[in-house]
Design a protein around this ligand. Sequence first.
Ligand code: G3P
Ligand code: MG
Length: 244
Amino acid sequence: MTNLYAHRGASTMCPENTMAAFRQAVREKADGIEIDVQLSKDGEAVVIHDETVDRTTNGTGAVKDLTVMELKKLDAGSWYNEACAGETIPLLEEVLKWIAKTKLTLNIELKTDVEPYPGIEQTVLDAVERHGLEERVILSSFNPDTLRRIRELDHAVSIAVLVWDNVDGVVKMARRLGADAIHARPDFMRTAEAARAAASGLPIRLYTVNEPEDLEGIALSDVDSLFTDAPSRLRKELAAVSVE
Ligand code: G3P
Ligand code: MG
């Protein structure tokens, strides 16, 4: 069966990239969660999608210009729903400590496509190792330099090439980087690269799939996992489609 990763946590039901969204992913029986990681001014890995705090908190400014103390004071829930006020930007440390107690797989997306965040690769690897989660994480990034650095630092951890466009040569790039999987959008399945990935034994995980229609014409048997904002609903809808 296709694995479902709660994208930014179960982010339809809860504010994205918060502990509430991650706990909701467990309630929705997701197989894993996907989180986005950036670095604070004082070099701490923090879980937030954007390079600024403006959209998902009550603060303003770039993550890289704010210390952990400053980031932790922000409300990361009320923008979504007043009932979620009090949620904060999680530290990667907090998520790792929590996930160790679950059975979830964790996809950590290193958000280095806009900010380079020097040292983020080592910071993330050290944190994963501290919690003994090397076997349960997948590190991904849109930035191939980040993946290359991770592979230089750690030969064993799972890494995934993350692509937005369906560029030719993704499979070659994955091989060159020693990557273990490809994370792409559903359209990727309609390209020759998808067949090459399958032939190379590289699992394909698709983002962000919220409706069965997003997968029209795509055989789920060719797909290892889906990233979705709504794991429970999608699981039910996919099951309904497959029996029709
Ligand atoms: O990692 C898959 C997906 O999260 C990439 O896009 O912008 O939602 O982080 P984005
Ligand atoms: Mg992401």
